[in-house]
Design a binder for this molecule. Structure first.
Ligand SMILES: *[C@@H]1O[C@H](CO)[C@@H](O)[C@H](O)[C@H]1NC(C)=O
Ligand SMILES: *[C@@H]1O[C@H](CO)[C@@H](O)[C@H](O)[C@H]1NC(C)=O
Ligand SMILES: *[C@@H]1O[C@H](CO)[C@@H](O)[C@H](O)[C@H]1NC(C)=O
Ligand SMILES: *[C@@H]1O[C@H](CO)[C@@H](O)[C@H](O)[C@H]1NC(C)=O
Ligand SMILES: *[C@@H]1O[C@H](CO)[C@@H](O)[C@H](O)[C@H]1NC(C)=O
Ligand SMILES: *[C@@H]1O[C@H](CO)[C@@H](O)[C@H](O)[C@H]1NC(C)=O
Ligand SMILES: *[C@@H]1O[C@H](CO)[C@@H](O)[C@H](O)[C@H]1NC(C)=O
Ligand SMILES: *[C@@H]1O[C@H](CO)[C@@H](O)[C@H](O)[C@H]1NC(C)=O
Ligand SMILES: *[C@@H]1O[C@H](CO)[C@@H](O)[C@H](O)[C@H]1NC(C)=O
Ligand SMILES: *[C@@H]1O[C@H](CO)[C@@H](O)[C@H](O)[C@H]1NC(C)=O
Length: 671
């Protein structure tokens, strides 16, 4: 009893702290009007993300008039390099420019490809909730089916406006940084150094989950039932997003049993124009087309997921997702590799309170041999089917019903607000995750360090862990030096797409798994891709989201060069000595070395065991058990990575809840 009461008091205190922490002006909603305004602000962040994702979905099929209709009537469109650019206004001019720019690389002409991915958002909503700014990374893979190809990469610093019919893009400003054809690859634009692309945010701002509203909330006719439904819809979106992203990580590792666990019994898998499969046995058959369960030496099976939109049905019992999947596949044993450009459009169903994958529909656009490229259109599937787009330009929840309960108790209001904050935490954690990527790309050590909590810690690759923002900044400087040109001759980007974000019950802490997809560019040689995984935790500290724990794994695969790609890798000489930790650690030693982390990093450079390097298969660890079945993965490491060595670095030792580590979030312990 005493124990229970202690928990009750702890939860009450946590909720109170949450309310105070999350709203610096102490504006815990005191009425349904207040709460409705807070919900609209979280929904706005989601709607802005979906508008930009729709830009990617429509571009892929050359629907340029529809793309232009995502802009506000007086929108400005700036597109170019870092020194000069196109600068136009108005929807018809934007449509024309997009069409002319694509030419026959429009996704419509036979064999053509126009896959644009826009990812890694850091979004800033204005205090009045009527406009927003966002930074995104962009990457475009294009071809005309007749030998012409183009790869382009850069940064968007965009603005958005809330109109009467939904959010629209009011400014698109694309700063092209690198480009080139498939054969020969890309380089810095103009062959020059690349300047820092201006930021719309500071490290202080990136963690503020939606600035507090000012003034009195507008009167509404909203009922408690409407409020509950809207919050539930946001919470459901988070669960579906996690499930699909987790599904993707299992596919990449060929963890077929874990993939099957996420499906409902009456599931279907359809690979459009190729084959259909039904039931759980069918799912396994569809997966085995890629190969048998588990990765073996030399196999790369990555299918990164980009720009996924989640549409939860009004009754909350089903959901549809649509997104872009790029297969980066290969076999280093035979030095064969390929690209796949696919659309997925999947159905989810909620059974007994648990979300499950119901139907998977994959539409292959282009499959191409890595060593030839997609210039000739590759093996294009024999279908003209365009997977239907999801609605994105309206408001998520159109209007409130006037019927329903209007009176709400303080306790109900606080609990509803806590549930809303758990969805706001998803965006806050994602925001902070991408802010980290951008400052690291620019090797801005001080700003990167400033994203961490006062007791936050970070793994520096091949070195170890450093704790506190000052030490993290110091390790970055020790590793990269201080004599860096403001015009960068080369950049290694830190894309962190496909997050799985598990939020604690009180909404004050989160665990985040993300992919590291690392395109690079240089003035003098072609860039290439590498890949790894991040295992992070975030906290709400003094009303701001901060990084608590950041761990990067070793690369799971690397590209020898652009020409060689990821399948051009020879096994290392197993009798050669294991590589030593980075030499700069002698001058600036970590607080916890990689060897001290123990088993978790034993196969990393500087670890306590035998080093593993691609094309050998590095161990891949998970912070969570299977999100549906609870199946425990072979390599399971809940909590922060160095926490088994340093329990005092754990969230729970510092006044935070440990976020769920799997199905606990689905069996009633978190609601
Ligand atoms: C665009 O139009 C809206 C009203 O429709 C106005 O508030 C806004 O200032 C205009 N923006 C620009 C850049 O002209
Ligand atoms: C940028 O300037 C170069 C040379 O001055 C010109 O050839 C190019 O077309 C310009 N690009 C744009 C997008 O205006
Ligand atoms: C684009 O054009 C507008 C209107 O002519 C101008 O105000 C703005 O400064 C221009 N921006 C850039 C980056 O050239
Ligand atoms: C993301 O960061 C921006 C600015 O850096 C901040 O203003 C915004 O509120 C944050 N958004 C979320 C959802 O955390
Ligand atoms: C609330 O409902 C009443 C009755 O239907 C209507 O007259 C009033 O305009 C509504 N108020 C708001 C703010 O929507
Ligand atoms: C898969 O099923 C759909 C819908 O039943 C059907 O239209 C399609 O032809 C089937 N595809 C194949 C390859 O059998
Ligand atoms: C695609 O399908 C159509 C109709 O079934 C057929 O006539 C055509 O030859 C097929 N093309 C390819 C490349 O398989
Ligand atoms: C800094 O870098 C420049 C260009 O690479 C070089 O010429 C200069 O000597 C370096 N300065 C120091 C202090 O290392
Ligand atoms: C492998 O490494 C051992 C120890 O360094 C060395 O003696 C041997 O020559 C190497 N073998 C090859 C094929 O490089
Ligand atoms: C929920 O699941 C977790 C982990 O599987 C377990 O420890 C916990 O006891 C379960 N709680 C309930 C209420 O079933």
């Amino acid at each position: 009893m005493i124990y229970l009461r202690t928990i009750a008091v702890a939860i009450a205190t946590a909720i109170l702290q949450l309310a105070i922490a999350a709203t610096p002006n102490n504006a815990t909603p005191t009425s349904l009007h207040d709460l409705a305004r807070e919900i609209t602000r979280v929904e706005s962040i989601r709607e802005i993300k979906d508008i930009q994702r729709t830009f990617a979905h429509l571009s892929q099929f050359g629907k340029f008039d529809a793309v232009a209709s995502l802009f506000s009537p007086n929108a400005t469109f700036i597109h170019g390099g870092t020194t000069n650019a196109t600068n136009i206004t108005g929807i018809p001019s934007i449509a024309k420019w997009l069409r002319d720019d694509a030419g026959e690389m429009n996704g419509i002409s036979p064999g053509s490809l126009n896959t644009i991915v826009v990812e890694n958002p850091v979004i800033n909503l204005a205090v009045d909730g009527l406009s927003a700014k966002a930074r995104w990374n962009g990457l475009r893979f294009a071809g005309d089916g007749k030998g012409g190809t183009k790869i382009q990469g850069g940064i968007y610093e965009n603005e958005y406006a809330r109109t009467e019919t939904g959010w629209r893009i009011s400014l698109l400003h694309y700063y092209g940084m690198y480009e080139g054809p498939y054969v020969g690859g890309w380089r810095n634009m103009g062959g020059r150094g690349i300047p820092i692309i201006p930021y719309h945010f500071t490290p202080e701002e990136s963690g503020i989950v939606i600035p507090p509203a000012v003034g009195e909330a507008p009167q509404t006719n909203i009922s408690i039932e409407d409020v509950e439904r809207r919050i539930k819809r946001l919470n459901d979106e988070d669960e579906v997003r996690n499930l699909m992203h987790a599904h993707g990580y299992y596919v990449d590792r060929r963890m077929w049993s874990d993939v099957v666990d996420l499906h409902s019994a009456d599931t279907k898998v359809s690979i459009v124009g190729v084959a259909n499969y039904t039931g759980l046995g069918g799912v396994r058959k569809a997966l085995e087309r890629m190969g048998p369960e588990n990765l073996v030496q030399g196999i790369a099976n990555d299918h990164p997921i980009f720009d996924m939109i989640v549409d939860v049905a009004a009754d909350g019992s089903t959901a549809t997702v649509r997104g872009i999947e790029i297969g980066m596949l290969g076999d280093a044993n035979t030095r064969t590799a390929s690209w796949e450009f696919n659309i997925f459009r999947n159905q989810f169903i909620k059974e007994n309170g648990i979300w499950l994958v119901k139907d998977v529909e994959i539409t292959p656009l282009v499959v191409a041999d890595y060593y030839k490229g997609w210039g000739d259109g590759g093996t294009r599937s024999n279908t003209s089917y365009v997977p239907p787009f999801l609605p994105s330009t309206g408001f998520r929840f159109s209007g409130s019903k006037s019927a329903g309960t209007k009176i709400v108790s303080r306790t109900e209001l606080e609990d509803l607000y806590r549930r809303l904050q758990r969805s706001a935490a998803y965006d806050g954690a994602e925001n902070q995750s991408h802010a980290y990527g951008y400052f690291l790309d620019d090797i801005n050590c001080a700003k990167m360090g400033a994203l961490f909590a006062k007791r936050g810690h970070k793994a520096s690759p091949f070195a170890g862990f450093f704790i506190t923002p000052e030490r993290i900044d110091g390790a970055c400087v020790a590793s990269y030096g201080t004599n860096r040109s403001t015009l960068r001759q080369s950049i290694s980007f830190h894309w962190r797409p496909q997050p799985v974000v598990l939020v604690s019950e009180d909404g004050r802490s989160a665990t985040l798994r993300a992919r590291l997809l690392q395109p690079s560019t240089s003035a003098t040689k072609s860039g290439a891709f590498n890949n790894a995984i991040y295992h992070d935790q975030m906290v709400l500290e003094d009303g701001k989201w901060r990084l608590w724990s950041v761990t990067i794994d070793e690369h799971y695969w690397t590209s020898s060069t652009w020409e060689g790609g990821w399948a051009d890798a020879k096994p290392r000489n197993s009798s050669a000595p294991d590589p030593q930790p980075a030499s700069w650690t002698k001058k600036y030693p970590p607080d916890v070395t990689i060897a001290e982390v123990g088993l978790r990093e034993s196969t990393f450079r500087g670890g306590s065991g035998k080093y593993i390097e691609w094309p050998e298969i590095q161990r891949m660890w998970f912070q969570y058990s299977n999100l549906v079945s609870g199946r425990v993965p072979e390599y399971y490491w809940p909590g922060c990575v160095p926490c088994q060595t340093r329990p005092d670095w754990a969230l729970t030792a510092n006044g935070y809840q440990e976020p769920p580590t799997g199905s606990a979030s689905r069996n009633g312990t978190i609601s």
